[in-house]
Design a protein around this ligand. Structure first.
Ligand code: ADP
Ligand code: GLC
Length: 471
């Protein structure tokens, strides 16, 4: 089958979070099963762009409201990612350093989607599936079905994967002229609560909708940032397919970001050496359990609770643990985390920003990874942590619930708590300290979690059988 994935992120080209990891891995695994999966994404000004070679595949142009844009599709020449990678270059709009966060993001991603559909309409054959990811590609099924210039694409089956329903790409109706001329009787397929809602539109128009874990699929009917009813109406075409992890990239035995490398065979020493590296970088104590947080410092991740949790844990548990945080996001959380460095020196440290290498060093060197997320559609961090022998402390929600079993349960290996509150989180930290004291049990759990199979094979196959059902 030929599959075209459309996404705003794809690792290692450009990544802001787990969407990038998934779109950088899933097509590679689909190709290993003998399919032809391709990725198209915006051309940002990234290191990957400058360090690799590209050929021009197509040039075109379109109107977006009153503005006229030329676009160019370029293709990476070596297929080094394990799939064909196409980038959409739109001068002045997409070619920026960051993926998101600009005032004109609506214009940027609408233009990206028009360019993709326009390019697709010029292919001399049609792919078997167009697989769109999140709201930044959410208008594509509508455009393929209801924009006059592209209706000849209407028969191509479309699949939407929702990585996060919190973000929906809302646009006011006065931007409806951004879209290529469409059948206005169909306006309801763009609308949700009097706005153009690209994610809702994709849920309505795509032939199938998937989300990245079973539990999140159920939760969305009760908590989906205003789309709850839509998921209830459309439950018949929604499926949960748990993400995998790319175990070629996330493997402590060969990971080039960490030193020394280690595996189950030398795990005790490997983790100790990795912890030493981290502790010396951040002035922490290697003899204390090290609890880390890696991620976007946003409300969904309950990052706002971290400062209080860390203060409470350090003071009420007599500083028996160390904390290290890596992340960026909400400026007030960043500020609070920075300001704690001085008073909690020796117990806590943080690095504000995005740092791929440090994240790998932290998965390797930590004892525990904390994820108190209020919403977590799948979560990859907990799976990466386990692959590096780091025990996850996670809230019992979404994909965290589907991938972590509490150590109090039969064959359990992690720590689960129910509420995103300072009390519940600090109690879980207390449980982590208790587990840390039981050296033998700790080693056994570390060895077990490193061997859990969270690889992509199963999930890549699940997507393929979903596509087959649409042919
Ligand atoms: P989300 O996509 O909601 O942010 P996931 O758990 O699915 O959450 O994926 C997060 C990904 O982003 C992981 O690969 C994680 O290591 C990475 N990541 C998040 N924040 C940072 C950061 N500040 N520096 C490096 N990597 C980060
Ligand atoms: C989203 C979700 C995260 C998920 C990732 C990849 O960003 O927040 O839970 O793991 O997408 O699907």
């Amino acid at each position: 089958m030929e599959i075209l994935h459309v996404s705003a992120e794809c690792y290692p080209v450009a990544k802001a979070g787990g969407l990038g990891d998934v779109v950088g891995a899933l097509p590679k695994y689909q190709n290993q099963f003998g399919h032809l999966a391709k990725v198209v994404m915006p051309m940002y000004q990234t290191k990957f762009l400058y360090e690799n070679n590209f050929d021009t595949t197509h040039k075109g142009s379109f109107w977006m409201g009153p503005r006229f844009f030329d676009y160019t599709i370029i293709k990476e020449t070596t297929n080094k990612l394990g799939f064909d990678l196409y980038l959409v270059d739109i001068n002045g709009l997409l070619d920026r350093e960051q993926v998101y966060g600009y005032d004109d993001d609506s214009e940027r991603f609408t233009a990206f989607q028009i360019a993709v559909v326009d390019w697709l309409s010029k292919w001399n054959h049609q792919p078997d599936i167009v697989h769109v990811h999140d709201h930044q590609a959410g208008l594509i099924p509508f455009m393929m079905q209801h924009c006059y210039a592209y209706q000849h694409l209407a028969a191509i089956p479309t699949v939407l994967t929702i990585h996060n329903a919190q973000y929906q790409g809302w646009m006011s109706w006065d931007k409806s002229n951004y879209l290529p001329s469409f059948n206005s009787w169909e306006w309801g397929k763009l609308d949700w609560q009097n706005n153009i809602n690209p994610l809702a539109s994709a849920v309505k128009c795509a032939l199938q909708v998937t989300t990245v874990s079973m539990s999140y699929l159920e939760e969305m009917r009760e908590n989906a940032n205003g789309l709850e009813n839509l998921f209830e109406y459309e439950k018949g075409k929604c499926t949960g397919i748990l993400n995998g992890i790319d175990d070629a990239v996330w493997d402590p035995a060969v990971d080039t970001y960490i030193s020394p490398n280690f595996s189950v065979a030398n795990l005790a020493d490997g983790k100790l050496q990795s912890k030493k590296v981290l502790c010396s970088l951040f002035n922490l104590d290697i003899y204390k359990p090290l609890i880390v947080f890696i991620g976007r410092l946003v409300h969904e991740k309950a990052a706002d609770l971290l400062p209080q949790v860390i203060y409470d844990a350090v003071y009420h548990m007599q500083g028996r643990m160390n904390f290290l945080i890596l992340g960026s996001g909400d400026p007030s959380v960043e500020y609070a985390l920075e300001n704690m460095k001085q008073p909690l020196a020796g117990f806590y440290n943080s690095k504000i920003g995005y740092n791929e290498k440090l994240s790998h060093q932290m998965y390797a060197g930590a004892d525990f990874l904390l994820m108190p997320s209020r919403v977590e559609p799948c979560g990859l961090n907990q799976m990466y942590a386990m692959r590096y022998g780091t025990i996850p402390i996670v809230r019992n929600t979404g994909g965290l619930r589907d991938t972590v079993v509490d150590y109090g349960d039969p064959n359990g290996y992690g720590i689960l708590f129910n509420d995103a509150t300072v009390g519940d989180i600090t109690y879980s930290i207390h449980r982590a300290l208790e587990l840390y004291k039981q050296t033998k049990r700790l080693q056994k759990i570390r060895s077990a979690i490193m061997q859990i199979d969270n690889s992509w094979e199963k999930s890549a196959e699940a997507y393929i059988s979903l596509y087959s059902s649409l042919q």
